[in-house]
Design a protein around this ligand. Structure first.
Ligand SMILES: Cc1ncc(C[n+]2csc(CCOP(=O)(O)OP(=O)(O)O)c2C)c(N)n1
Ligand SMILES: [Mg+2]
Length: 319
């Protein structure tokens, strides 16, 4: 099925927005203006954008410690995200959560999460709520190859499949869990094969091809909305930067990184859109300028926002 031009351009916008946001985070983190840990998503943008392009505002996502891309793809506001990273009162968590706790429940973003695999049962819970309320809402759950080895993976997907819950499990296989390559933490090549254990479809997708992700997740979302239960989609991708900002990455070679940079999801998509006659080089430059401008504004907003007051320290804190 042909994808409308507006949709394709919107997807391109979102991918560039994520990239420009995170490139700015690299600089601001290095300058010591961002507090706490940041795990960047650069190189994996096609997964979040391709998947979320199938959702409406009332659908849900659960995210991870590497969450900026998911949040932006689902419609999160870059100003409030940047303010959160700067520890400011105008941030999504009033400056008290940081990168790994950003949520925007009004648009179905149930939260980034510092606990590996924790989004897997949360997505099942959100989907159970949708099912009990009789809505057509779907939950997309993003998680990594490392997370697919946790107990949460088994418990969450098992229950979601037993109860035919409307969830799409999107595994971002970026080939590493911190410094451990997939070949050393699993004895299988394709995580999607694990779907067999739960009696659900398992699909492998080129995670650097946004259209392939969009289509595979689209089928899974339709299946979920029909009440046929979850799907496990494995997107093969790669993070260009270290596990966290500051990670010296002694565990991988420059050749490996360069090989993956050649498969960069944004330049690939841009090339494809130009080839399809949907985008001109000049329009792509314009989108880039627009996104850079938006992110500069987000930084300015963060800089000019106040810090939280000391007496707010224990407000909104649950544990
Ligand atoms: C329950 C739990 N165990 C361990 C950690 C430490 N930890 C943080 S990220 C990570 C690896 C996650 O790898 P993966 O799921 O592949 O995600 P990626 O970082 O590659 O996106 C680990 C073990 C944690 N945060 N939570
Ligand atoms: Mg990983």
């Amino acid at each position: 099925m042909a994808i409308e031009k507006e949709k394709l351009i919107d997807m391109y916008h979102r991918m560039v927005r994520i990239r420009r946001f995170e490139e700015k985070v690299v600089d601001e983190f290095a300058a010591g203006r961002i507090v706490g840990f940041v795990h960047l998503y650069i190189g994996e943008e096609a997964v979040a954008v391709g998947a979320c392009a199938n959702l409406g505002d009332d659908d849900y996502i659960t995210s991870t410690h590497r969450g900026h891309g998911h949040l932006i793809a689902k419609g999160g506001k870059t100003e409030r995200m940047m303010a959160e990273l700067f520890g400011k009162k105008t941030g999504y968590c009033k400056g008290k959560g940081g990168s790994m706790h950003i949520a925007d429940v009004d648009i179905g973003i149930l939260g980034a999460n510092g606990i590996v695999g924790a989004g897997i049962p949360i997505a099942a819970g959100a989907a159970l709520s949708a099912k009990l309320r009789g809505t057509a809402q779907v939950a997309i759950c993003f998680f990594g190859d490392g997370a697919s080895n946790t107990t949460r993976f088994h418990e969450g997907i098992n229950l979601a499949s037993a109860w035919k819950l409307p969830v799409v499990y999107v595994c971002e296989n970026n080939m590493y869990a911190i410094s451990v390559p997939q070949s050393k933490h699993q004895n299988i090549a394709d995580i999607a094969d694990r779907a067999t254990a739960y009696g659900i479809p398992g699909v492998v997708v080129d995670g650097n091809d946004v259209i392939a992700v969009y289509e595979a997740v689209g089928e899974a979302v339709a299946r979920a909305r029909r009440g046929e239960g979850p799907t496990l989609i494995e997107c093969k991708t790669y993070r260009h930067r270290g596990h966290f900002e500051g990670d010296p990455t002694p565990y991988r070679t420059k050749e490996e990184v360069d090989e993956w940079k050649k498969k960069d999801p944004i330049s690939r998509f841009k090339g494809k859109l130009i080839e399809m006659g949907v985008l001109a080089e000049k329009e792509a430059d314009e989108i880039d300028r627009e996104m850079k401008g938006e992110i500069d504004k987000a930084v300015k907003f963060a800089e000019e926002s106040p810090l939280p007051e000391p007496e707010e320290t224990l407000e909104d804190v649950y544990a």
